[in-house]
Design a protein around this ligand. Structure first.
Ligand code: 5AD
Ligand code: SF4
Length: 469
């Protein structure tokens, strides 16, 4: 199926809308202020940077305080119920602001909007929300905002689509030296618990030329950390002449001092060749986020994951043999429908065997429309909670063991700001993508610094800055 690319003519039209909005604000005394908040994954944050880019072109400045804003946008996540409920709570809290300032424009977009029942709830429960738009029309945001400013009323733009690719949308990045670059959108895997394929459309890859030229220009403008994004980066490149290992090799060959990270990898598509490319590279981070989700083959089958615990363990062994300083992280779901104590114990056992550096752990959350939401789910939430706490205990122990290994070693850190453990510290990430706090200074921000690790916490390393050689 050919990928639907948004035409240049359409994008040109959106640029005209941006100019029109800008010219109106131009004659006002002070520029309008926008508050933009993205929930959920990095892909959403990246979409949020595009929305900010468009707002910036339209003459907006940004505020962190909803009370000062002329425009408020929530870019939502639907992956788990608690994320959804948080958005409902936060949108509800805007009612009084709209009452105080009827000119305030409120918009909600993102994955939640793409689900029929949540879109309906948003429309009916919050009549003060002016614009609601889905994930497939991000590029049309200028037109929607223009229409709202000049015509008012409520705007709902939620087309059903397999998804599009829109190149050339302006981006306002949160950092000057770190950037995320989407390489593909959507997902075709239909893991039975996951809502993503329903709200983000079919898998589609940007052309390697577009990705490479974006990365090249980021690096030329001083960017030192490039995060390649996709729901399943390992299946990048369908419909192009370049697969993911090849794309990485080409990016690794670009001139400049920078790092390449990527997420997320699906174990079913993670090949030895990919691991070889990471091992042989200069610039690719020694970090593999490889969500295993569960250690029981029976449940992996029910999840539609297309790998087994044995094949996963083999992959981990291979990766660690090729990349000895690999930082291996994962996602785990506890309490999938039908999961029994024996299955959960298989997960605990796998966690002990692998000893992940860190793990994102979730209690299963039923999502409307997914296959798993229709499966019998007899285990009580109390029991699932108990399992979850057991899992955390194992992971805390394993994570500490992994981090302890760094004490006494020197790692190179890209410093990105003030420390989190102590006001006197600065912080950044090592080539393994591990948080490191150290005794740096303002001038280290945005630069690579060698740090000797003196202490390991469960989630970060502490160290002392080394003088440049
Ligand atoms: N319930 C709980 N966790 C989920 N994830 C995805 N869908 C669900 C769900 N319905 C987790 C998976 C995935 C991560 C991004 O979120 O572990 O890898
Ligand atoms: Fe969801 Fe599975 Fe696709 Fe990841 S690979 S987004 S878990 S369906």
């Amino acid at each position: 199926m050919p990928v639907e690319t948004v035409s240049q003519a359409e994008l040109e039209q959106q640029r005209l809308y941006m100019q029109k909005v800008r010219s109106v604000f131009h004659i006002k005394q002070s520029p309008p202020l926008a508050y933009v908040h993205s929930y959920g994954c990095q892909q959403n944050v990246s979409d949020g940077e595009r929305i900010k880019g468009m707002l910036s072109e339209m003459g907006y400045l940004f505020t962190d305080d909803t009370a000062n804003a002329d425009f408020i946008l929530f870019n939502t996540c639907a992956v788990r119920e608690n994320a959804v409920e948080r958005v409902f709570g936060n949108v509800g809290a805007l009612k009084h602001l709209k009452k105080k300032n009827p000119d305030l424009i409120i918009a909600v977009c993102g994955c939640m909007v793409q689900q029929e029942q949540t879109a309906k709830r948003l429309k009916t429960t919050f009549p003060f929300v002016d614009i609601i738009f889905g994930t497939h029309v991000l590029h049309k945001f200028p037109e929607l905002l223009f229409t709202e400013i000049f015509e008012g009323g409520r705007i709902f733009e939620i087309p059903d689509s397999d998804g599009v690719i829109a190149e050339g949308i302006p981006v306002a990045r949160d950092s000057t030296f770190k950037a995320s670059v989407p390489i593909m959108y959507g997902c075709n895997n239909f893991c039975t618990y996951c809502v993503v394929p329903y709200v983000r459309g079919r898998e589609r890859s940007r052309s390697p030329e577009d990705v490479i030229s974006e990365v090249r220009s980021l690096v030329e403008s001083g960017c030192k950390d490039i995060l390649l994004l996709g729901q399943n980066v390992n299946s990048y490149g369908k419909g192009t002449d370049t697969d993911f290992p090849e794309l990485l090799t080409r990016l690794d060959g670009l001139e400049g001092e920078f790092r390449i990270e990527f997420m997320t990898s699906h174990p079913k598509d993670c090949t030895h060749r990919l691991i070889d490319v990471i091992a042989d590279s200069d610039k690719i981070c020694r970090h593999l986020h490889l969500p295993v989700q569960c250690g029981s083959n029976r449940i992996l089958r029910a999840m539609n994951r297309h790998y087994t615990r044995e094949s996963y363990l083999e992959l981990v062994d291979y990766a660690r043999s090729k990349i000895p300083d690999l930082n291996l992280t994962t996602d785990i779901i506890v309490g999938f429908p039908g999961e029994q104590r024996e299955d959960f114990e298989q997960t605990l056992d796998l966690m002990e065997q692998v000893c992940f550096d860190s793990a994102f752990t979730f209690i299963y959350s039923p999502r409307t429309g997914t296959k798993a939401s229709e499966m019998p789910d007899p285990v009580s939430s109390e029991e699932k909670g108990k399992w979850f706490r057991e899992l955390l205990e194992v992971q805390t122990r394993c994570g500490s063991k992994c981090y302890e290994k760094y004490v006494g070693k020197t790692v190179t850190v890209l410093c990105d700001g003030k420390g989190r453990t102590d006001d006197r510290y600065f912080t950044g990430k090592s080539r393994q993508n591990i948080i490191v706090d150290f005794d740096g200074s303002e001038s280290d921000i945005g630069n690579f610094v060698d740090v000797k690790i003196t202490k390991a916490l469960g989630w970060a390393l502490i160290g002392e800055k080394q003088d440049p050689k």
